[in-house]
Design a protein around this ligand. Structure first.
Ligand code: ATP
Ligand code: MG
Length: 565
């Protein structure tokens, strides 16, 4: 690139030394390339016959997954437009919870098609306008063909949850996990007018390696990864009346420095007695409510633990705030911040509170809650990696069920809706004038990447399958898709492969927006890299946070990460 000069021939520099700039087709080409590479990377993970990726981070920790978002998150991508594809996966995950791989693949395909058009001198703005029209039309088509479902009486929720897990490492247990997901979501769902709302944050997912994925359980209440504080307390309480405390049962330290001069053993004795009386009073206030379980977000003094155990009251301390909120929803109790201000009505209830040994750890189960609006799924599995992947798969399944509960419409899977959208778009393109028509046609072709990729990943011939799919859709078989286990084109609604409408709509939206955003860029200005000063030996000033033993520098990593040693 030649440097612009002033009239006197002096070069005019507007950017800092070290900055780089690329413009026009160059910039577009590089951006599209980077985004396409990302799409290409996740392609092989799509569908039940897709492959898994093994990701090793700078500490050597291994993740094995086929989840689009996790793959991209772990890849630590640097290129700015490649990062936009990571954003697509993130948005898709946050909005719909499933379909991340598909969103990235479609986005890549849209860019691939657009690149072809720009080479034929179609201006990116025209492509973007065409893509917008096509995406609106695609959304309308999906709405039109979607099957309305009744969330209580039909098995669609379970089938959709099973479809979302068909492509995961834990697919062999998908029926069991799907049943748990449906029960959990329906348990926490609330009715708002004619609609239902479900917040999957009300479903706590705990995991512990050991046993098998088929031993994963739904608990009608909350499981805490904590043990009962005192060995003298009972390990099991039936008909639990629970106090949820957000205040420490300790003598608080004053905020200012205070000094007490104790000059005689009697004074010392009186001082300790006073402390004991204060703690005893706290315990008395608790017993006065009739509670037999104390679940505390903060600390419990040793003496308080002792007094409580003498009265047969069970206590657990330092519970996470988020768990306290779930406990309140599950047990129907109120979180108490002031000991002087509580009554029987504030207590929560559960039919059982019990400490159980799960694997090597002790966990406390608050179980059998009436009308629990928060529940727990306790994931088990042969190894830590399986448990981790089961958690990711369960997340997808829970989101899929939530999506259908909130918007009770489903579509067939196996590329059927994508192919139907593609068919309608090709017809729609014919009604448009000029070059926009080209863009809409290209959008239609990009949609076909989904059935094609599913077919390729199953080791089948995409040309034969695609022609059969096109022909059958032309005959009006809107749910004709590729069933990858049989390797045949089938009616996916009869094969029981369903996906939420919400997931597919979000895929179209995120993929189109990301592709349009990348296409709109014609100038990339990157400032020179900032030189980061080397980290002082022993980590940043101030030392590691409390409870952390030190710092370790990851190899080839500029960030210093903390590890609990
Ligand atoms: N038995 C099946 N036959 C054909 N296709 C199937 C079958 N089961 C699921 N699919 C398809 O697999 C695709 C989903 O694959 P996958 O779960 O790997 O990707 P994703 O949902 O896009 O991304 P992620 O789950 O990583 O967020 C959907 O298009 C779905 O219709
Ligand atoms: Mg999926």
């Amino acid at each position: 690139m030649s440097v612009p000069t002033s009239a006197g021939g002096v070069p005019v520099l507007i950017l800092k030394e070290g900055s780089s700039r690329s413009r026009g087709k160059d910039a577009q080409h590089t951006n599209i390339m980077a985004a396409k590479i990302v799409a290409e990377t996740v392609k092989s993970a799509l569908g039940p016959k897709g492959m898994d990726k093994m990701l090793v981070d700078s500490f050597g920790d291994v993740t094995i997954t086929s989840d689009g978002r996790t793959i991209l998150d772990e890849m630590d991508i640097q290129h700015p437009s490649a990062k936009m594809m990571v954003e697509v996966a993130k948005t898709q995950d946050n909005e719909a919870g499933d379909g991340t791989t598909t969103a990235v693949i479609i986005s890549g395909a849209l860019l691939d098609q657009a690149e072809d058009l720009t080479e034929k001198n179609v201006h990116p703005t025209i492509i973007i306008d065409g893509y917008k029209k096509a995406s609106d039309q695609a959304l309308k088509t999906l709405e039109k063909i979607a099957i309305p479902v009744d969330i209580h009486t039909q098995g669609y929720l379970k089938k959709a949850a099973m479809t979302s897990m068909a492509s995961k490492l834990v697919s062999e247990h998908r029926e069991h996990l799907a049943e748990l997901s449906v029960k959990a979501v329906l348990q926490v769902a609330t009715k708002e007018g004619a609609k239902h709302k479900a917040d999957i944050d009300d479903i706590k997912v705990e995991k512990k390696p050991g046993e098998s994925v088929s031993d994963t359980k739904l608990i009608n209440g909350i499981v805490l990864d904590k043990e009962i504080v005192h060995s003298g307390m009972p390990k099991i309480v039936e008909n639990a009346k629970i106090i949820l405390l957000d205040t420490a049962l300790e003598i608080e330290k004053t905020e200012f420095d205070a000094k007490i001069n104790i000059e005689s053993p009697e004074q010392m004795d009186a001082f300790l007695k006073q402390e004991e009386t204060m703690l005893r009073e706290m315990v008395n206030k608790i017993t006065a409510t009739g509670a037999n379980v104390v679940l505390c977000q903060k600390g419990l003094d040793d003496m308080v633990q002792h007094f409580l155990s003498r009265k047969g009251i069970v206590a657990v301390r330092r519970i996470k705030k988020s768990d306290m909120e779930k406990l309140a929803k599950a047990t129907g109790g109120k979180i108490i911040t002031n000991l002087d201000d509580m009554s029987l009505a504030d207590l929560g209830s559960a039919s059982i509170v019990e400490e159980r040994k799960i694997g090597d750890d002790k966990m406390t189960f608050v179980e059998g809650c009436k009308n629990a609006r928060a529940v727990t799924i306790l994931i088990r599995g042969g190894t830590e990696r399986i448990v981790d992947e089961a958690e990711r798969s369960l997340h997808d399944a829970l989101c899929v069920v939530r999506d259908i509960v909130e918007e009770p419409k489903v579509l067939g899977g196996g590329g059927a809706p994508e192919l139907e959208v593609s068919r309608i778009l090709k017809k729609y393109a014919e009604t448009l004038p000029g070059r926009e028509q080209l863009a809409v046609r290209r959008f239609a072709e990009a949609m076909e990447t989904v059935p094609v990729t599913l077919t390729e990943n199953a080791g089948l011939d995409p040309i034969d399958i695609l022609s059969e799919l096109r022909a059958r859709h032309e005959k009006g078989e809107i749910w004709a898709g590729i069933e990858v286990h049989s390797g045949k084109v089938q009616d996916m609604s009869q094969a029981g492969v369903f996906e939420p409408l919400a997931v597919k709509k979000q895929i179209i939206k995120s993929a189109t927006e990301a592709a349009s955003m990348i296409l709109k860029i014609d100038d990339v200005i990157a400032s020179g890299k900032m030189k980061t000063p080397p980290m002082p030996p022993g980590g940043p000033p101030g030392g590691p946070p409390a409870g952390w033993a030190g710092w370790v520098q990851a190899p080839e990593c500029t960030k210093i990460r903390q590890r609990k040693v």
